[in-house]
Design a protein around this ligand. Structure first.
Ligand SMILES: [Zn+2]
Ligand SMILES: [Zn+2]
Length: 335
């Protein structure tokens, strides 16, 4: 079994464990080990043969046992048991996701807001992964703690974008924003600013416990804004610690589909939002998807390969996932 396939198994185990608050530490251990596998891509067969699976970062005896099972018979009885216990079995209509066809990532952060790396470092990492484009989507001004960008700082950032793009050949940097969806569904930057950007990810970050009917109104208004391309982590949930927003998902997803707004599957193990169940509903409503790392550091790009099982589980075909679209085919850029 290759490291990425194994990473997806560990990622799913971590995801299922997170649904039990008592298992939060074990869940994190599985997610961390999945991340190490996705980053380092070790030769699992060779390590297993040499009895050295625990040499992988974050892999102790318990996780090594799961990996040994994967190497020996290509599946994990532990995962099967968790799937049964949580009522989230594998389905026979899963899609096939070829990560080798991956073109880029549309949601990332730099040290212009709360990212921990420069735009150049992020661009180099994306390029090293073979990406053709990267959406640089730092935060909007509302949340002060993340040093969000107003129009003036976005303009300054666009100059740096140009420099970095010249330096990292073959990678297109899309200038964007992760704009906050305010309580009333308006956005945290004026339309006149948003319409200048290549990619606009609109995300709910605060007041997630709003009553369902006003939350529905809020999300409907956000997806109706013609400048919005993607709804970021559409529920704002943090599995195991914070329940996400509750709203009329079907109504919002249908409206998103009508406006050509994609829904995100945020692959950060702390988020994994949309869930496979919600993503399946969105698929039936006609939505497209963006599978994003929401990376705040270069190593976090590996969140997508480890969590790609979520799109597969939701049955989403690759032609409905923006990341597999070549740069020229991304309609949002022309929009
Ligand atoms: Zn966000
Ligand atoms: Zn983000």
């Amino acid at each position: 079994m290759d490291a990425i396939a194994a990473a997806q198994v560990l990622s799913e185990i971590g995801y299922l464990l997170r649904q039990d608050p008592k298992e939060v530490y074990r869940a994190r251990a599985f997610s961390a080990a999945a991340w190490a596998l996705a980053l380092e891509r070790p030769d699992l067969d060779a390590l297993h043969k040499a009895n050295k699976l625990t040499a992988i970062e974050g892999v102790g005896a318990g996780i090594a046992k799961v990996l040994a099972g994967l190497v020996e018979d290509g599946q994990s009885s532990y995962l099967e048991r968790l799937r049964t216990e949580t009522g989230q079995p594998a389905r026979d209509d899963e899609s096939v996701i070829d990560l080798g066809a991956y073109q880029g990532d549309l949601h990332s952060h730099t040290d212009w807001s709360d990212g921990r790396a420069t735009m150049l470092e992020m661009a180099r990492a994306a390029k090293a992964l073979g990406y053709r484009y990267l959406g640089v989507t730092d935060h909007s001004p509302r949340i002060k703690v993340v040093n969000g960008l107003d129009a003036e700082r976005l303009l300054a950032q666009s100059r740096e974008r140009e420099q970095v793009e010249n330096e990292v050949e073959g990678l297109a940097l899309l200038q964007g924003i992760e704009v906050d969806i305010l309580e009333d569904g308006s956005l945290d930057l004026p339309d006149a600013v948003l319409e200048l950007l290549d990619v606009v990810v609109a995300s709910p970050h605060v007041k997630l416990r709003q009553e369902a009917s006003s939350m529905t109104e809020r999300m409907l208004r956000a997806v109706s804004n013609p400048n919005v391309d993607i709804v970021g982590h559409p529920t704002g949930r943090r599995p195991g610690s914070r329940e996400g927003a509750s709203y009329d998902f079907e109504a919002v997803f249908r409206e998103a589909a009508r406006h050509g707004v994609a829904l995100e599957i945020d692959c950060d193990p702390a988020r994994m939002d949309l869930s496979p169940e919600h993503a399946r509903l969105a698929l039936e409503c006609g939505c497209n998807f963006s599978l994003d790392a929401d990376a705040h550091a270069p190593a976090e790009f590996a969140y997508v390969p480890m969590a790609a099982w979520m799109a597969r589980r939701a049955g989403i075909p690759m032609d409905r996932i923006l990341n597999f679209t070549a740069l020229e085919g991304l309609t949002m850029i022309a929009k």
